[in-house]
Design a protein around this ligand. Structure first.
Ligand code: SF4
Length: 331
């Protein structure tokens, strides 16, 4: 695809875009330096990714993209009517055994993309009318993704930036994204060390999620700001209810209520679907029951969360097929 580059006057027309370009130019070298002995995430693998070494996420210094598409299955303020402009980035620093995006997170499906190609993918989503640019699991490849975002902004991209991450983040890295990310979309997966451990996550997950989401809230405030029903600034915390782990979910929402905010929108997801890798597993091989999900929603209501996104509990499968043109049932 050929992109018509905007005139210099158009590029410089938005004060926000100008400020963001300056912020990106300042922060990218700082984040790239973290890859020299990699501490981009709490795994702290301390490998030199700039010299080709790889750590837990298996990524090098560049960007690896699995899919770029308008996504209609996110929360209404993210997907709106024209879709989120979603970039599914390869690998993950958690790699949960039950991940519904396992082809991308665990199998590392995707192709290396250079600065211009990824920037072009962002602009293509903008030209399709998407409401935002949604970066999915960007942390392990953040410097390269921001290089492309800088190029896209210089070419005229003005959409809000959504940061969709697993919640296992370093507060210092999140702080570097102040002025770049508009809408934070973190998971809060585990509310105690035991459930984190049993689900193959690091035991410090709850503490890391608390600290990093607190920094996100500091940047944007507790309430989601919208225009025409579309998120412009704020945080939406996501929690996937897991089968047989209601107590984990209750621990998560009580931590959010007591340590973060009850004004922040909370998205409680019932869509857990066993992937082939865990289909026979006694812990992860079944769906969440209506009773389990409703028990979690009831406690969130009792705690007076001001904004809840909830889902039906039904038989629909939620394992996207990323080999298909439209990976999601609702596309
Ligand atoms: S980003 Fe990857 S290499 Fe760096 S600390 Fe995290 S898992 Fe390890």
């Amino acid at each position: 695809m050929i992109y018509e580059l905007p005139s210099a006057r158009e590029v410089l027309s938005g004060a926000k875009t100008r400020a963001m370009i300056e912020t990106l130019k300042e922060r990218i070298p700082l984040l790239r330096e973290l890859m020299r002995s990699c501490t981009l995430c709490p795994r702290e693998c301390r490998v030199n990714r700039l010299e080709g070494e790889t750590g837990f996420c298996g990524l090098g210094p560049g960007a690896v993209l699995a899919r770029a598409l308008p996504h209609f299955g996110e929360e209404p303020p993210i997907s709106g009517t024209k879709g989120a402009g979603t970039l599914f980035l390869t690998s993950c620093n958690l790699q949960c055994p039950f991940c519904q995006n396992y082809r991308i997170s665990r199998d590392r499906m995707g192709e290396a993309v250079d600065r211009e190609a990824l920037a072009g993918a962002m602009l293509e989503l903008a030209m399709k009318g998407c409401h935002n640019i949604e970066l999915v699991t960007p942390t392990p490849q953040l410097p390269a993704v921001l290089e492309s975002l800088l190029a896209a902004c210089e070419w005229g991209l003005k959409l809000p930036i959504v940061y969709n991450c697993g919640g296992y983040e370093k507060t210092g890295v999140i702080r570097h994204l102040d002025g770049i990310v508009d809408v934070w979309l973190p998971d809060f997966k585990y509310g105690n060390e035991r459930d984190a451990r049993e689900c193959s996550a690091p035991e410090d997950y709850p503490q890391r999620a608390l600290e990093s989401i607190a920094e996100m809230l500091r940047q944007t405030g507790e309430r989601l700001q919208t225009a025409g029903g579309i998120a412009r600034r704020g945080v939406i915390i996501r929690h996937l209810v897991l089968p047989g782990r209601v107590q984990n979910s209750l621990d998560v929402i009580r931590l959010i209520a007591s340590r973060l905010s009850k004004k922040v929108p909370l998205s409680l997801m019932s869509q857990y679907t066993p992937t082939p890798a865990v289909s026979g597993d006694p812990l992860f091989g079944c769906r969440v029951t209506r009773e389990e999900y409703e028990a979690v929603v009831d406690v969130a209501l009792d705690l007076d969360f001001e904004n809840l996104f909830i889902q039906d509990v039904d038989e629909r499968e939620f394992t996207p097929d990323f080999n298909k043109e439209a990976p999601f049932d609702w596309d």
